[in-house]
Design a protein around this ligand. Sequence first.
Ligand SMILES: O=C(CO)[C@H](O)[C@H](O)COP(=O)(O)O
Length: 240
Amino acid sequence: MSVHPIAAGPPRREPLLAPSLLASDLANIQATAETLAGAEADWLHFDVMDGCFVPNISFGLPILEALKPHAKQPIDVHLMIEEPQNYLAAFRDAGATNLTVHYEACPHLHRVVQQIKALGCVAGVALNPATPAGLLVDIAADLDYVLVMSVNPGFGGQAFIPHTLQKVAELKDLLLDAGSPALIGVDGGVDDRNAAALVQAGADVLIAGSFVFKASAGPVATLAALRQQLRQAGEERAAA
Ligand SMILES: O=C(CO)[C@H](O)[C@H](O)COP(=O)(O)O
């Protein structure tokens, strides 16, 4: 179930699913991790917000430390914070498998990516909706993972921005041209209405919060249904 993106290697037939814990019951994060351990979840997505880079504050190191012993899957930490380079080692030590920083928060992005790799973590870079995919051209070959934000970061439950589909396709071409093994993730407003189209456009990882945790069917059944939908989309992509 858990797959290191580098070990997995592109092209993947079946996209990864990463439920975003931001939308879960945070008073019961241990129970959530235990529930997800048996669910169709490849990574646990963990959103860190600092109230500066984004206009909201979520959770950070102590909650990650509390989650870690109960998490069966790799923990995908999305740092929506300023000066992320100052916190990378601490998040790795607290349990992060993947560390994603924002392009917009890193004037010295190449250095930060190398720092993440030196820590032994999967190195990801996130792009805000207004940041063009083409800006990654000089760093593409160094990346393990690119996270395309399909909402403006800071809050769960927002509407998916349709232009993201085009951006994922552009990014896929850019990564192929650069010979980059990086996976493409999409985060924000992901649900069963846009998931298949995102996979067709080139997405390898879908992050979903509200759709998974607010569904009346519950997270396990919702992830299973999404997995089934994506399996088919992944096969169609591989056959194309
Ligand atoms: O990074 C994020 C917000 O900045 C979240 O991961 C994102 O909001 C996912 O939640 P939802 O599926 O509810 O949109």
